[in-house]
Design a protein around this ligand. Sequence first.
Ligand code: ATP
Ligand code: MG
Length: 444
Amino acid sequence: MAIITNAPRGTQDVLPAQSGKWQYVEQKALDVAGLFGFREIRFPTFEHTELFHRSVGDTTDVVQKEMYTFQDKGGRSITLRPEGTAGTMRAILQNGLLNDVMPLKVSYVTSCFRYEKPQAGRLREFHQFGVEMVGSAAPAADAQTIAVAKTIFDSLGITGLELEINSIGCPECRANYHEALKAYFRSHYEELCETCRERLDKNPMRILDCKNPACAELAKDAPVVLDYICDDCKTHFEGLKKHLEAMGIAYQVNPTIVRGLDYYTRTVFEFVATGIGAQGTVCGGGRYDGLIELLGGQPTPSIGFAMGLERLLLVMEQCGCEFPPDQGCTIYLGSMGEAAALKASELCMRLRDEGFYAECDIVGRSVKAQMKYADKLHAKYSCILGDNELEAGKVRVKRMDSGETEEVSLEADAFIRFIYAGTLDELTDETDGILGSISKIKGE
Ligand code: ATP
Ligand code: MG
């Protein structure tokens, strides 16, 4: 039978050599968000299709063109999440989290699915880190949320991202803007793409982020929303700027940002990279004061963002950011004969309890082949146990880089103490052992 070797277009494998980078970035993002009080939420990969129609919006590209929607065997319409906010809000409402202390702050790492044209930085299954802050209408909340993203970029060593902010007003002032947009685009009706002609009356702002080149060209000269926002929205926007300045976060006002999802109100923002090609937006977010009400909850002002992790990693490569090295093998405990193999296996378990990466023979290799394998692992130490060593209760341990050897007792605590002393310079708090007994040996 032929082997299936091709994954669907627009998907990507993360191989063991790369997965450390993903773990690092995801953990860093979660940790930084934690410093602002965000805690992780996990929600399903698929939801009722209706959720995205109502939240993301019927006239958006995401809903009209990009969703993976199918009927399940029970005849329900199901959609793979194209983004994380809708599922998060659904989970918050369903689980009554709005009764807790406000603001509620959650973060997530998720895969998202959009049927798009795959290219660099644009996939059909991609990954986002996001945060949502629910229950504050104040501009300080917008600024704190933006600060989470900024701190994540800084802590990863990313430079050269530009923060662009805009306000797209509230439903009241947006009505005037919609009229102005309709008038403008109506006078260019013939140049609009099919989809945008339909959007013109229902949701003219969506034309502004249409990817069709003719529409994008027209959008350049369209009226800008900042000229239409009401005094309250203006005050909010000025408040945001003041808070950003107080936190030392540089920004640029970009009046053309409208974002591609319908639920946004007032603040919208993006972090944009210049060097990774056309898909330069690494992070996008904004305020969505009407969303929870739209989903059937009490009106609850909220703000959030999502960053694309594939694009984030592209930017990190481009900036030459450093990633922590994978944990190298500390020791290979080879053996000859069954009794020695059992002893090696016992010592390995003890070493792992202490947080060391230890390996022994699980293939039944010859001694020569075992040494070769230890070389391939780049193990720091190796040794071979045999009947003689068991009898003497000692083994010669070799430092693989220098070839130096030393006789070490096979008594577990003594053995661990030796390994511990030899790796002292490399140990961090995290390597303090899953059972924490290194501290015991250290005598703390
Ligand atoms: P774009 O304008 O690039 O299509 P978007 O406005 O559709 O982005 P959002 O819905 O705001 O994107 O998603 C937030 C982030 O998720 C984006 O800034 C981007 O980094 C990432 N992202 C969105 N779509 C994709 C995709 N198809 N592949 C990879 N990353 C994506
Ligand atoms: Mg998009």
